[in-house]
Design a protein around this ligand. Structure first.
Ligand SMILES: Cc1cc2nc3c(=O)[nH]c(=O)nc-3n(C[C@H](O)[C@H](O)[C@H](O)COP(=O)(O)OP(=O)(O)OC[C@H]3O[C@@H](n4cnc5c(N)ncnc54)[C@H](O)[C@@H]3O)c2cc1C
Length: 446
């Protein structure tokens, strides 16, 4: 290119051309040179910004160096040091502000889940499995928080949060709804009505005796406590009650661990209950409140899965970007080709759209079924698409283990399945709007 043209291009760039505007005109033009990460972060409530930065630093320093090893050899990998490091950093105490947690109070007043959601994206950018090890405990403890039940708060939730915040103790809750014959059915109303459940609670003096099985439980093998949903003997899913089962309880054991395609550093295990006595004090909320509680837990957890999805896609995008910057095709870098730039732009647009949806869904105090389900579907589909695009850009380099992009793709695939498959989430969106605007005309057409 001639030097005259290069000079003209330089002048025409908005950041230089802006000098020709009046002072007020310059004020209207946002010309700050910032990464998308910095720009997005600057729109967050102040306290929440800190947690996004904190989680990013933690992910790069603590997760990046161990991610490949944890993914390749999950059976031999001890996650305890990472969990301890996360506790010290406050990343497992983001549900409540001081003194029961480390969340920012200004941000918590606006949204219960925003700070967890922000951490979820950052942690996942480096490794889905290790991120799940750190994030699944939030899902495990959510039934306690969302029960709204004072005795549950006083006996379990507050002491647990307090210990996790002030002591070096990586205590871990898991969440168990899925059963061998009931996966989608326990996440959807019509399926729920005909679900074939095996986990049953029989009333005895001072508590209940649990029998049955749960499967695919994330962190099931390392959890000290599990929030387990069981029907009461002789009744159906409408009697579902949430019980806190402790690892030390007689009759409780961990069965098979699944060999997974992605998010491999976190175990997905079968849990077995054989005459496990659970005292009344370990009932979460009221008897028979489990179905409503479970549905609301999913409303809060789906935006986090959306955020994890974005993390998978962003991790793949960042690695592909780095590759395009340093790889030459002919005498040009890959990133200097227009079609590569368009592919990168498309990935950035998809991730930004998904992030906007995720953040919007939890910038209100309460999470809502329709928007949480929509976010989960869109973000997880986006993650699979973007990590696939990253592999396309990198060719054989994307396919090999060392670059971490194929890991993002494998990890992302799971976000389309758990917390309800994307089909079930689409049905959740329809259900939430059915009586309001789908089954009757509200649009005023004849
Ligand atoms: C790695 C991993 C970790 C997990 N972690 C946890 C956990 O921590 N806790 C927990 O409780 N569960 C967990 N799960 C379970 C997970 O949420 C379920 O696997 C998931 O909800 C799907 O259930 P399923 O596998 O039984 O599929 P099924 O219900 O058997 O569904 C099979 C197919 O049928 C479709 N389908 C089902 N019903 C309908 C319908 N009405 N309309 C249209 N299509 C339908 C589904 O979309 C799917 O494509 C985990 C699963 C995995 C794989």
């Amino acid at each position: 290119m001639e030097s005259e043209t290069i000079e003209r291009i330089e002048q025409l760039k908005p950041k230089n051309a802006v000098r020709n505007l009046d002072a007020l005109g310059r004020l209207f033009m946002d010309n700050r040179e910032m990464s998308i990460w910095e720009r997005d972060t600057s729109t967050l409530p102040k306290g929440a910004r800190k947690w996004r930065k904190n989680a990013l630093e933690f992910a790069r320093k603590e997760i990046r160096p161990i991610a490949a090893k944890a993914d390749l050899n999950p059976d031999d990998f001890d996650t305890k040091p990472l969990r301890n490091a996360a506790i010290r950093r406050g990343l497992l105490s983001l549900l409540l502000p001081f003194p029961l947690g480390k969340a920012s109070i200004t941000s918590s007043v606006k949204s219960l889940s925003l700070q967890v959601v922000l951490a979820a994206e950052e942690l996942t950018t480096e490794c889905g499995g290790l991120a799940l090890v750190l994030l699944a405990p939030y899902l495990g403890i959510a039934p306690l928080l969302l029960s709204g039940h004072l005795p549950t708060y006083l006996r379990h939730f507050i002491p647990f949060c307090f210990k996790l915040t002030w002591f070096d103790n990586p205590a871990c809750f898991s969440y168990a709804i899925t059963e061998p014959g009931a996966g989608s059915d326990v996440e959807e109303t019509i399926g729920g009505a005909t679900a074939r459940l095996v986990t049953t609670a029989r009333p005895v003096k001072g508590g209940y005796v649990l029998n049955g099985r749960k499967c695919f439980i994330s962190n099931g093998a390392i959890a000290d406590k599990v929030t387990v949903y069981a029907k009461l003997e002789g009744e159906g899913i409408e009697s579902w009650t949430c019980f806190i089962v402790e690892k030390s309880m007689k009759g409780f054991s961990v069965g098979r661990h699944e060999r997974k395609m992605g998010q491999r550093a976190s175990d997905a295990s079968e849990l077995i209950f054989e005459d496990v006595f659970v005292p009344n004090r370990n009932i979460v909320g009221k008897l028979r409140s489990g179905w409503a509680n479970n549905r609301n837990v999913l409303n809060y957890s789906r935006p986090s899965v959306g955020a994890m999805s974005i993390g998978h896609g962003r991790g793949a995008f960042e690695r592909a970007l780095e590759f395009c910057r340093r790889t030459k095709l002919g005498n040009k870098r890959l990133i200097d080709y227009h079609d590569v730039q368009m592919e990168l732009a498309d990935m950035m647009i998809s991730l930004s759209a998904a992030r906007a949806m995720v953040w919007k869904s939890c910038m209100q105090f309460r999470c809502n079924q329709g928007s949480s389900a929509a976010v989960k579907v869109f973000a997880s589909d986006t993650a699979v698409k973007v990590s696939n695009q990253a592999m396309e850009l990198m060719g054989d380099h994307g396919y090999v283990h060392a670059n971490g992009v194929e890991r993002s793709w494998r990890d992302a695939r799971l976000t389309q399945i758990y917390e309800g498959t994307n089909q079930i989430n689409r049905l959740a969106l329809i259900e939430s709007q059915w009586d309001v605007e789908l089954d009757r005309s509200v649009l005023g057409y004849g």
